[in-house]
Design a protein around this ligand. Structure first.
Ligand SMILES: [Zn+2]
Length: 134
């Protein structure tokens, strides 16, 4: 299983590839899947602003493409000094593909990583079990 420092490095690399000509807000995300493989993504903006894609969504898409089943841990970084928490939509997407112990790591100003659980960031998340009343 990849350690968090490897994910941090992959997230920073992904961030460098971000396409953010409008906001200049580059974001990178890297996750380890249930098999220990690393998948990363960057944000991709668009001149039609609302249709941009977040780094976390891109990383999850890469995991799905590679047939990963679930997120073990995910690290999210931005080019800003402050921690970059996932937006509401990404919290829902992460929750959909999480495990019971998935860790969401944000980079603090002092370069330390802060760990959150899915429940921390999206309490009472809507999940597939709600679709069938379970
Ligand atoms: Zn997002």
């Amino acid at each position: 299983m990849p350690d968090i420092q490897k994910l941090l490095s992959a997230a920073k690399q992904a961030m460098q590839q971000a396409y953010a000509p409008y906001s200049k807000f580059k974001v990178g995300a890297a996750l380890s899947d249930n098999a220990g493989l690393i998948h990363s993504g960057c944000n991709v903006e668009n001149s039609a602003y609302p249709i941009g894609c977040c780094a976390e969504q891109a990383a999850v898409a890469a995991m799905i493409l590679a047939q990963g089943q679930s997120i073990q841990d995910i690290v999210i970084v931005s080019a800003q000094k402050n921690p970059c928490p996932p937006c509401g939509a990404c919290r829902q997407i992460i929750a959909e593909h999480s495990q019971y112990n998935t860790g969401i790591y944000l980079l603090n100003e002092d370069n330390s990583l802060i760990r959150y659980s899915v429940e921390d960031l999206l309490p009472q998340a809507f999940s597939p079990r709600h679709l069938d009343g379970g």
